[in-house]
Write a protein that binds this ligand. Structure first.
Ligand SMILES: *Cc1c(COP(=O)(O)O)cnc(C)c1O
Length: 231
């Protein structure tokens, strides 16, 4: 077994245990392999071990890997999870299946307008700043509903849910409270919209158990699958 197949199996075991503890079906969770800074060969190994969802932070880097892996493209699901500037939206609308880092209506409008006809709507999550750190990306929780109301009207995109990157901490109670805040905000937003949101994108290598206990439907795991990133 390749080492990536082995670490994927370990992460799958952590997800299964956390789902069991929370009384949730394991099928309610999607594992995204976060492959930023990793070579295309590492994604290929993960793919051969059965992994299908991949998350990247940088548009150019992701496009180069998609080119290197083009024969696998039809069976891969590509997620952009890093900050997205308005001048990169066209490439993203053409090449990705999901964007998790939407924090401005203008960016969502461009993605919608630039999504090629014939492709399914681009799946979007709104990134929420649940820790309230001034330096962090994401919209403030109190601004999430207004942004969601703008995004749901756009024809080329489909609003799927909310995403967060809380401050790193070993304090499990704090991890849980940040994840609980995102889950309850998702409930409030979907109720106000009158439309269901099916995605809570939260939990990474060090806090996926806390995230799954609070209802995460998609965990974004890099280091625990691929090892430490090259700087
Ligand atoms: C890098 C990154 C991850 C993965 O983090 P790990 O701690 O390596 O699992 C998840 N989400 C986002 C947005 C990231 O940038």
């Amino acid at each position: 077994m390749s080492s990536i197949a082995a670490t994927l199996q370990q992460v799958g075991g952590r997800i299964a245990a956390a789902c069991e503890a929370a009384g949730r079906p394991v099928q309610s969770v999607t594992l995204m392999a976060v492959s930023k800074t990793q070579p295309a060969q590492a994604l290929r190994e993960a793919f051969l071990a059965g992994q299908r969802h991949f998350g990247e932070n940088y548009v150019q880097e992701a496009l180069a890997k998609q080119e290197a892996l083009r024969e696998l493209r039809a069976d891969m699901v590509w997620h952009l999870i890093g900050p997205l500037q308005a001048n990169k939206t066209r490439a993203v609308a053409q090449a990705f299946d999901w964007v998790h880092s939407v924090e401005r209506l203008k960016v969502a409008e461009r993605l919608s307008a630039q999504r090629p006809p014939g492709m399914p709507p681009l799946n979007l999550c709104l990134q929420i700043n649940v820790s309230g750190e001034a330096s962090k990306s994401g919209v403030a929780p109190q601004d999430a509903l207004a942004l969601a109301q703008g995004v749901v009207r756009l024809p080329g995109v489909r609003l799927r849910g909310l995403m967060s990157i809380p401050e790193p901490t070993r304090d499990v109670a704090l991890q849980r409270s940040r994840h609980r805040a995102l889950a309850s905000l998702k409930d409030q937003v979907q109720q106000a919209l009158g439309a269901p949101l099916d995605t809570l994108s939260m939990g990474m290598s060090d806090d996926l158990e806390a995230a799954l206990a609070e209802g995460s439907t998609m965990v974004r795991v890099g280091t625990a699958i691929f090892g430490a990133r090259q700087p």
